[in-house]
Design a protein around this ligand. Sequence first.
Ligand SMILES: [Zn+2]
Length: 89
Amino acid sequence: MQVLCKSAESSVETRCSVCGQGFILFWERQTRMEKGEALRQVETTLRHHHHKGPGAQAHPVTGFLIPAWDGPIAFSGAALLGNAPAWAL
Ligand SMILES: [Zn+2]
């Protein structure tokens, strides 16, 4: 289960529990159980970003994958199967 996260101001699916920054999520697959599990991973990752600092700038400005992936984001399952638009990559 791979999720592509992109910070956004509106239509967000989740918010960082530390700074309140919103994120739009693009999903590789969408069963309810997998989504619940992946959302927990997203929340954990967002909290880890704050090891760098307390503000919303601790999060990447560009889209990022959870779990982290070394390949190009545009070719990730989450981007392709989630129909991520160009601005999210
Ligand atoms: Zn945050």
